[in-house]
Design a protein around this ligand. Structure first.
Ligand code: FO1
Length: 337
């Protein structure tokens, strides 16, 4: 069976670990293709950092820091501290010593003319994540956040001046505490899907939206011209897992992102935001956590099949059960080739 997953960072990576375990057990010979978000990517001290690609690669390659959910296990931050002693910015970015090796390999390879898809493939040769990891695009498309200027600067009439800061600064330095007036995906208009991305969606037996951030992770991937249309038209069923449980994000700050675009923080509101494929939207089915069972009828009224299951990814076995529920609600999928 061929499954294609649109994934962001920590939530997506943890879901993939459970999906991999399920397929190894029940559908041997299956293939998972991950379309990774690159809107979070950033230049830091001259190095190209791809947080969501690295989180998937490290998590599935068993190099991740389980405690942080990002970066490497057993990490040190000596170089970061030395850079801070020079007074160079950004001092707020957690650049780990082992992680720097990944960024050096990526930066040198990109400088030699390799594409991000090629570089990611080469890094995965080393990490063996057990999935094909494809950047959503080889072109630069970076998420910036529109906020009131943190310096407090105002216009002559006293209204706060607005500025755009890189997503990582908003997320790490300000912990998403600065109200976001919106998001600007710089470069998206001229970005093209990576070379195998559309085919991975169109030729899949099943397409999954894991519980990644629906705005700045999955939402970003869907803004790459051509990708949303492929999701709308693929013959494969499209099933999503709610990242919102009991009116709050399980992890991260998806609520700050949803509020910024005027979406209520609920399992039903995110389902409605993606929309039913039967009426031109993106999903056929939606998994919610048992605590949100009361929202199932409203979601089904949208034309989206809905199931309430224990959806907290507490460990790999629980996550494998969530993945199994995705396959169940997807309906008949081809037996494993
Ligand atoms: N997240 C933090 O909360 N603090 C950090 O200092 C930090 C550094 C960092 C470095 C490399 C990397 O791949 C990820 C890093 N992250 C950090 C996580 C990252 O900001 C988020 O995981 C994604 O961008 C959002 O999914």
């Amino acid at each position: 069976m061929r499954i294609t997953v649109l994934a962001g960072g920590i939530g997506g990576a943890r879901f993939l670990r459970g999906l991999s375990a399920l397929l190894d057990r029940e559908y041997p010979g299956s293939e998972i293709t991950v379309i990774g978000n690159t809107g979070d990517d950033i230049w830091v001290h001259g190095l190209r950092v791809c947080p969501d690609l690295d989180t998937v690669m490290y998590t599935l390659g068993s190099g991740i820091s389980e405690e942080r959910g990002w970066g490497r296990e057993g990490e040190t931050f000596t170089v970061k501290d030395e850079l801070a002693s020079y007074g160079v910015e950004p001092s707020w970015f957690g650049l780990g010593d082992k992680d720097i090796a990944t960024h050096l390999v990526r930066t040198q390879s990109l400088a030699s003319g390799y594409t991000l898809t090629q570089v990611t493939g080469a890094l995965c040769e080393h990490w063996q994540p057990g999935v094909r990891l494809l950047p959503m695009s080889d072109d630069r498309a970076e998420t910036h956040v529109i906020v009131d200027d943190p310096s407090g600067a105002t216009a002559p009439d006293g209204t706060p001046l607005r500025t755009a800061i890189h997503f990582q600064e908003w997320w790490i330095r300000y912990r998403a505490s600065l109200p976001a007036h919106g998001f600007a995906l710089v470069g998206i208009d001229t970005a093209k899907p990576g070379p195998d991305v559309i085919d991975a969606i169109m030729s899949a037996d099943l397409v999954l939206f894991p519980p990644s951030n629906p705005v700045v992770s999955i939402g970003t991937i869907l803004q790459v011209p051509g990708i949303a249309d492929a999701v709308r038209t693929t013959p494969a069923p499209v099933v999503g897992v709610s990242p919102i449980v009991g009116g709050a994000p399980v992890r991260g700050m998806a609520d700050a992102c949803l509020t910024a675009i005027g979406i209520q923080t609920s399992a039903a509101a995110v389902a409605a935001h993606y929309g039913a494929r039967a009426s031109g939207g993106l999903i056929d089915a939606w998994l919610v956590d048992s605590t949100d069972a009361a929202e199932v009828p409203a979601i089904e009224a949208l034309g989206i099949r809905c199931l309430a299951v224990p959806a907290m990814m507490t460990d790999i076995a629980a996550t494998a059960d969530i993945a199994a529920a995705c396959l169940a609600i997807a309906g008949p999928v081809p037996a494993s080739q």
